[in-house]
Design a protein. Sequence first.
Length: 264
Amino acid sequence: MAGIVSVVPAGSLFDLSGRVALVTGASRGIGGAIAEILAEHGAQVVLSSRKQADLEAEAERINSKYGEKATPIAAHAGRPEDLEKLVQGVMERFSRIDILVNNAATNPYFGPLIAAELAAWDKTFEVNLRGVFALTKLVYGASMETHGGAIVNVASIGGLRPGIGLGVYNVTKAGVIMLTRQLARELGGKVRVNAVAPGVIKTRFAEALWGNPEILDRVLAQNPMGRIGVPEEVAAAVLFLASDAASYVNGEVLVVDGGGGGEI
Ligand SMILES: NC(=O)c1ccc[n+]([C@@H]2O[C@H](COP(=O)([O-])OP(=O)(O)OC[C@H]3O[C@@H](n4cnc5c(N)ncnc54)[C@H](OP(=O)(O)O)[C@@H]3O)[C@@H](O)[C@H]2O)c1
C-alpha cells in the first residue's frame, strides 16, 4: 500500500546486532539490567556511571555471559565536561551511537516539596533533567543527527502523578517526560524518543520505599499484581522501545508498574 513501508523483517524485531548503545546509571539496578538485555540482543553497550570500579565489575559480568559486548566509561551525569568526554570516548571506539538510554538519576532529598532547599533542588535537576538534555544533545550532534537512532529515557510514575516525599525528584521526572515528548516531536523523522515510567522496583535506589514496611504495605495495597517489580522487567520495556519492534512508537511513556495505579 502506498506510503506504508515494511521496515521490520520478521524474526529480527529485537535483534540489535551491529548497533552501539550508551546506557547511563549502568553499574547496577535498572541500568545494569538494561545494559545486559541490550548486550544479550547483540548490541555493543557502553556502560556509564560515576564509579569506574563498579562499572568494570558490571561489564565483566555481562561479558562473561555474552562475549565482549560491554565497555565501561565513567562519567558524572551532572557534569557536562564528563558527558563530553564520555561521548568522545564512545565515538573514538565505535564511531556511532544508535541507542541512548538516559537512566542515571539521583534523589538527595526526601520530604515535603515546599521545604526543599534550593541546593537539593539544583542537584536533583542537574543530574535528572539537565544531565539527560546535555547528554542527548551531545549524542545527537555526534551521531544521531546523521545516522538516526532511538532514545529511551527512564522517568518514573512519580513524573505522572504526585507522591509523598519525592516531590523534587517527581518534578524532574515530569520534566523528563515533557523533554521526551518535545524531542520526539522535533526529531521524530530520524530519532525516536520514548520513556519508561517504572513503579517501585527492587533496587538500592528505592530501598527507602520497599524497605519500609508501612510504605511497602501501601504500595502493595494499590497493586493488582501484589508485588513490586524487578529491574529486568523495566529492562524488557526499554529493549522494546530501543528496538525495531517499536519502529512506529515515538513520544510515548510506557508505564511499568504492574498496574499499580495510585500514588506512593
Ligand atoms: N527503583 C525504583 O523504584 C525506580 C522507580 C522509578 C524510576 N526509577 C528510575 O530508574 C533509574 C535507575 O534507578 P535504580 O533504581 O536502578 O537505581 P540504583 O540501583 O541506585 O542505580 C543508580 C545508577 O545510577 C548511577 N548514578 C547515580 N548518580 C549518578 C550520577 N550523578 N551520574 C552518573 N551516574 C549516576 C549509579 O552509579 P554510581 O553511584 O556509581 O554513579 C547507578 O549505576 C533512575 O532514573 C530512577 O529514577 C527507579
